[in-house]
Design a protein around this ligand. Structure first.
Ligand SMILES: *Cc1c(COP(=O)(O)O)cnc(C)c1O
Length: 535
């Protein structure tokens, strides 16, 4: 393992630039608290085990011939070895609890600790979906209460709580639209999706069996209303509009779009993943929306990322509510919250459900966190969340538009995220290079190359909880790397320099990922992972 001693440090001279990576080689490969960590297979062996279990008593073998005949091949480690391994790895992660996390579109919100405390209460955390309903009345009450507030905040008629992510919610909404159209014997085949939509929108429509047609954006980065109107007709089932859209702009013509679509007999799906920017300010129901998913994990805190749990309830208009999936909760006159399922759907006059999205009720842990967030913020607090998110994004947009190209800077204030492009970068410097240099500055990069309508796009979403000091520091870092990108600073091409690993061959990593560990140098075998890890 050779140390990246790039600064040419010689013993007896001070370490340059406070750079912890510059300096003499160390025996361990560690750099003080920057700890090298091999793969778990490289530290454990299959010959050892971390647990000490008594030999099983002889008894009858009930595995019916399915018992394992070969070694399982897992590395055996002691408890402290295992804990150290994963703790060391976890310290090489970036996290919202470490610093500003500017991923646009993803809304990496701070998750108040209060939420965690509430979600961990045993009455919520330890319930089982198959428990008798009588033993989970409190949990149902939480689901129903959250449903109530989601309907209230959006001025809609009903809500399907079970979808488990934004994209899952989109599918739920489009299936409601399809069910409503089928119920009136109307076989429409096309869903219109504007250029400025999130990528999941066309994917969802296609998955639900619709033909997807593009609607262009105007020079402001918004849906071209006239082009949309011109395409409407008896074959159009509906439109999917992301609002605020992925250029970080509010679709001001939303009401006109909804009116035109309804007039043509279609339905309006709104991608409400960015509700964070308008919660408490705008009610989608007032804009004629028929279905909209809310990413609880982007608007009402709740941790997400790394494939972790999300939750994407879908609010529905009066026209679509009857088709919403089972199960859902409903309060009867006696004040009791019931779980409405196939067997009691008729009692609740809900026989038109298109089916179900999940085996059970949805993400209980996310529901408790989101409700804790809503109740602790209150109406004024939620409004302030939207206002601060928008203020922070505009502060970033206006602070950097002199060094970074802001393609829609002329379209007025942005919403919760600021969009920049790579215009003005030196010829051989790319958005990727700038993003890698941001890693050296100690930040997770912003969303890159999305939305597609902007060349070399950089989508920056600071979220509402960042202080002015934190924003200023981030702006300083981004300004510095942007200036280097314009000047064609060669060192950008090899960034990151200070991360645990240097730049990977992205193409090789994407096309030929090595996903399985192989024993190092088996006779005539493939090279081990550590020889190919791009160090
Ligand atoms: C995040 C996002 C989605 C998808 O949500 P998931 O929970 O990741 O499935 C859809 N649309 C927009 C605009 C988003 O930002």
């Amino acid at each position: 393992m050779s140390a990246p001693n790039a600064s040419g440090w010689k013993p007896g001279t001070p370490v340059q630039d406070h750079n912890a990576m510059a300096g003499p080689d160390t025996v361990t490969g560690n750099r003080a608290l920057m700890l090298e960590e091999p793969l778990i297979f490289e530290i454990g062996t299959t010959e050892t085990t971390g647990v000490d279990l008594p030999e099983p008593q002889s008894g009858s073998n009930r595995l019916g011939g399915l018992d394992r005949s070969e070694k399982i091949g897992l590395p055996g480690l002691s408890e402290p070895e295992t804990i150290r391994h994963y703790t060391r790895l976890s310290r090489q992660n970036y996290a919202i609890d470490l610093g500003l996390f500017p991923l646009g579109s993803c809304t990496m919100k701070h998750n108040p600790r209060l939420n965690e405390k509430v979600a961990r209460m045993p009455g919520f955390a330890d319930v089982h979906p198959l428990q008798p309903v009588d033993t989970v009345r409190g949990a149902l009450e939480v689901v129903n209460e959250l449903a109530h507030w989601l309907i209230e905040l959006t001025a809609m008629h009903g809500v399907a709580m079970s979808p488990k992510a934004g994209a899952h919610g989109e599918l739920c909404g489009i299936l409601c639209i399809r069910a409503a159209l089928e119920a009136r014997g109307d076989a429409r085949e096309v869903i219109l999706v504007p250029e400025s939509a999130h990528g999941t929108n066309p994917a969802t429509a296609a998955f639900a069996g619709y033909r997807v047609e593009d609607i262009p954006a105007n020079s402001d980065g918004r849906v071209d209303l006239e082009a949309l109107k011109a395409r409407l007709g008896p074959d159009v089932a509906g439109v999917m509009i992301t609002n605020p859209n992925t250029c970080g702009l509010f679709e001001r013509d939303m009401k006109a779009i909804s009116d035109a679509v309804h007039e043509a007999g279609g339905f309006v799906y709104c991608d409400g993943a960015n509700f964070n920017a308008i919660v408490g300010k705008v009610r989608p129901g007032d804009l004629g929306v028929d279905a909209m998913h809310i990413n609880l994990h982007k608007t009402f805190s709740t941790p997400h990322g790394g494939g972790g749990p999300g939750s994407g309830p879908v609010v529905l208009s009066e026209a679509l509510s009857p088709y919403g999936p089972l199960p859902f909760t409903a309060r009867t006159k006696d004040g009791v919250v019931h779980l409405v399922e196939e067997e009691n759907a008729a009692e609740f006059e809900h026989t038109k459900a298109f089916g179900r999205m999940t085996a059970f009720h949805g993400q209980m842990g996310m529901f408790t966190r989101a409700l804790a967030y809503i109740l602790s913020h209150g109406a004024d607090g939620l409004r302030q969340v939207a206002e601060d998110a928008v203020l922070n994004a505009n502060y970033i947009l206006r602070s950097l538009e002199d060094v970074l190209d802001a393609p829609f800077g002329h379209s007025g204030p942005c919403m919760h995220e600021a969009l920049f492009g790579d215009k003005g970068f030196a010829e051989d410097v790319s958005t990727l290079d700038l993003a890698k240099a941001l890693i050296d500055e100690g930040y997770h990069p912003m969303t890159m190359y999305f939305p597609l309508v902007v060349h070399g796009a950089m989508l920056v979403e600071p979220t509402e909880t960042e202080s002015k000091a934190a924003l200023d520091q981030f702006i300083g870092a981004l300004r510095s790397v942007a200036e280097r990108a314009k000047a064609g600073d060669e060192s950008l091409k090899t960034a990151p320099h200070y991360a645990p690993r240097r730049r990977l061959d992205e193409t090789l990593a994407a096309r030929k990922p090595i996903l399985a560990w192989e024993e190092p140098n088996p006779p005539g075998g493939a090279p081990s992972m550590s020889e190919q890890d791009g160090r």
